[in-house]
Design a protein around this ligand. Structure first.
Ligand code: AHR
Length: 368
């Protein structure tokens, strides 16, 4: 392993035009009360995709003025990461009884069969709406058709599916390809032409978050003949998975200087593995770490200089789903897709045109 980080750092300082930190301060206007009955499907034609900043904590709450509650079934991926816990909490807070909803929540524990069964149960229970955070992109056409046949509007949230878009109302989530490209662009700026021997700890196989981040990073890597991606293995978006993959990488590769972890929990596991092997990382170490999610703990590691760059994926997305439901209830048009905007953060001492330099103030403002 080459001790080249200090040289790289000195060689790649650029003046930054910093992105405004807008992660949590804008919300869709959703204070109108939803009507008692869901709108007929043909009253709400999807419009073009829109980019949105994440809603504030209390945004998009839509109390049912009529006193009727709106039932929402939410088939969640699981509880694999800190990001997922924050996303679940955000749905439970937003779709609360106090806000006029009856939320049926299922944690599918990263099991496709469990998630499909949960959706079928929601259909049987005649939920007013179904939200699905799909574990994988594939395999959704049949059950989405069943929901449509039953007249239940479906919102695809967080991740995406490769099913026919006419089978669901809308898709809400971050642009995973753009996140991967941001990571790649930042690395290119930081290395400034120096060689990279890269190991990638991917997320769960078949998840759009994995596919998108991989595609985006590879798009940029293809522009850098001086980069070599040595290996790319799934750590399943978990800390244990990240540690296991990193331990196996360490056995197989003696010369690498970049580890890309597709979420914060994998990064924690990878750091544990490198600590145990005596490998240094971060701004003062031999290995550059890139992570995704930018959850509170991930940003603490970034502020501490252990993670060099952390690309955000904002989990506070339930407000957008509530806003879509409010509009459907009111018979208003909705957008076919809502892209939740996010930004990237880099360790102190690094400036970048692609990322905000971490400070204690940024960390203190983190809601998740
Ligand atoms: O789909 C979002 C991804 O899923 C987050 O990056 C990860 O932490 C989660 O498990």
């Amino acid at each position: 392993m080459k001790k080249k980080l200090a040289v790289l750092l000195a060689g790649t300082m650029v003046m930054a035009s910093l992105v405004a930190c807008g992660g949590n301060d804008a919300a869709p206007a959703t204070n109108d009360a939803p009507a008692a009955e869901p709108a007929a499907e043909d009253t709400a034609e999807p419009e073009a995709e829109v980019e949105e900043e994440a809603p504030a904590d209390d945004a998009a709450e839509a109390p049912a003025a009529s006193g009727d509650t709106i039932s929402v079934g939410f088939a969640q991926v699981g509880h694999e990461s800190d990001w997922r816990a924050a996303n679940t909490q955000n749905y439970q807070d937003t779709f609360s009884e106090a806000n006029g909803y009856e939320l049926s929540f299922v944690d599918a524990d990263n099991d496709n069969a469990v998630q499909l069964e949960a959706v079928r149960n929601f259909i049987q229970q005649e939920m007013d709406y179904i939200c699905i955070a799909p574990i994988e992109t594939a395999g959704w056409d049949t059950v989405l058709q069943e929901a449509q046949d039953a007249g239940i509007p479906v919102l695809i949230v967080d991740r995406s599916v490769d099913a026919d878009a006419s089978l669901y109302e809308t898709q809400i989530g971050c642009d995973m390809v753009a996140e991967g490209e941001t990571a790649g662009n930042w690395l290119g700026e930081y290395l400034d032409g120096a060689d990279a021997k890269i190991l990638v700890i991917e997320g769960s196989v078949g998840a759009s978050a994995t596919l998108g981040r991989t595609e985006g990073f590879n798009n940029i890597a293809a522009q850098h003949s001086e980069w070599e991606i040595l290996d790319s293995q799934s750590g399943d978006f978990t800390q244990a998975g990240g540690q296991e993959v990193m331990e196996s990488f360490i056995k197989s590769y003696s010369d690498f200087n970049v580890v890309v972890c597709q979420n914060d929990n994998e990064a924690y596991g990878a750091m544990d593995a490198m600590d145990a092997a005596g490998i240094t990382y971060g701004v003062d170490g031999d290995v550059i770490i890139i992570s995704f999610d930018a959850t509170h703990d991930g940003l603490q590691y970034t502020l501490d200089g252990k993670i060099n760059c952390n690309v955000e994926c904002n989990p506070l997305q339930a407000g957008f789903a509530a806003d879509v439901i409010r509009k459907l209830q009111a018979g208003e048009a909705i957008d076919a897709q809502t892209i939740v905007t996010d930004e990237a953060f880099v360790a102190p001492g690094i400036t970048s045109q692609y990322a905000v330099t971490m400070t204690q103030e940024v960390l203190d403002g983190r809601a998740y």
